[in-house]
Design a protein around this ligand. Structure first.
Ligand code: SF4
Length: 343
């Protein structure tokens, strides 16, 4: 901890006069909090819980099964490494025996399609941060043998759902810095709860917490920006315009959540030749949970990884039972890596 961190931690401790729980919706925030040991300097009574901020973790099993179905049909699957070991109903992309290739982004998937001439499907997961890059690849007219399985999600509809359900008592939100870089934070202004956009250094998060506590103490709610070096109210307008040129919102299920209206992104009709679901007649089916995994509750902020009886025993990064132990942005994986026991 630096001198600035200690000073901010002291300011925060002086401000906290009641029990408070704030949620972040970003795997990178959880990783930053764990890596810097931030929870150890928080005043008693102040808790940070994680929400549905890991794009791999919130991808429901039905979408993993759809990717497995495409691999079983003999198509080349291009995917991020984090998705490889997420368990589907019958194995994972890593164990399925198909032509599955790890790529760092959509452009590499397009290259595979161009070089091999084989039907290549990019498993396109991610929030507002990654969707514009995929949109750019589609607008650049990829070859006919390229398509995407769109598993994209938008953050504000999930936040709306969390607030409407009121399952967890939340006094405010740390908004996702990366997502807001692209999407801005105007859309979050509809929510009647304290919110602060925060960056990813310990100081950024502490500053965000101080701003949140000040709002709570004043009985106010608004969106504040503690990450102005990267985020502005309207975000990256060019990226957002490109995203909505190619995609349109649709109703989709999230892992641990029901179908949330307008929370997914599907390709618009004029780009349907690149839509793997339409091209290959693939449906996303709802799959019920059959293990003791509580990823669903962890993603809704009502449980923490160490509440799971499998955590570190039947479920480890080497033998993951749920996606939260697979992805580098997954809460269970992060907690296991940093030997964390409680929020
Ligand atoms: S420890 Fe494993 S089984 Fe338990 S919630 Fe996390 S990912 Fe699921």
């Amino acid at each position: 901890m630096t001198a600035t961190t200690n000073e901010l931690a002291k300011t925060l401790a002086d401000l906290v006069d009641r029990d408070l729980t704030f949620m972040h919706i970003c795997g990178t925030h959880e990783a930053a909090i764990a890596r810097t040991g931030l929870r150890s300097v928080l005043p008693p009574g102040l808790k940070i819980v994680m929400g549905p901020g890991c794009p791999v973790c919130i991808t429901p099993q039905g979408e993993i099964d759809a990717a497995l179905e495409l691999a079983a049909k003999g198509y080349t699957i291009a995917t991020y490494g984090d998705l490889l070991r997420v368990p589907g109903t019958k194995g994972s992309l890593e164990s399925c025996g198909g032509d599955v290739r790890v790529v760092q982004g959509v452009h590499k998937a397009v290259e595979i399609a161009e070089k091999t001439g084989k039907e290549t499907v990019f498993i396109s997961v991610g929030f507002e941060t990654t969707a514009p890059t995929v949109a750019a690849a589609i607008l650049a007219k990829p070859p006919e043998n390229f398509s995407i399985l769109s598993c994209h999600r938008l953050v504000p509809p999930a936040m709306k759902w969390l607030l409407e359900q009121g399952e967890a008592t939340l006094h405010g939100f740390i908004l996702p810095g990366h997502v807001c870089t692209v999407a801005g934070y105007r859309e979050y202004e509809q929510f009647p709860v304290p919110q602060v956009v925060a960056g990813f250094e310990a100081e950024d998060i502490l500053l965000g917490l101080i701003m949140l506590v000040r709002q709570v103490r004043a009985g106010e709610h608004r969106v504040e920006n503690a990450y102005p070096r990267a985020v502005c109210r309207d975000g990256n307008e060019k990226a957002r315009r490109m995203m909505y040129e190619v995609f349109e919102p649709c109703d989709v299920e999230w892992r641990g959540f029901p179908v949330i209206p307008g929370s997914g992104l599907r390709l618009k009709e004029e780009f349907s030749q690149f839509d793997a679901q339409k091209k290959f007649g693939i449906e996303f089916a709802h799959v019920s949970k059959h293990t003791a995994c509580i990823c669903d509750k962890v993603l809704r902020g009502i449980s923490q990884p160490s509440d799971c009886r499998l955590f570190g025993k039947g479920c480890t990064p080497r033998i993951p039972v749920g996606p939260c132990m697979v992805s580098h942005e997954g809460a269970c994986r992060i907690w296991h890596t940093y030997h964390m026991k409680k929020a």
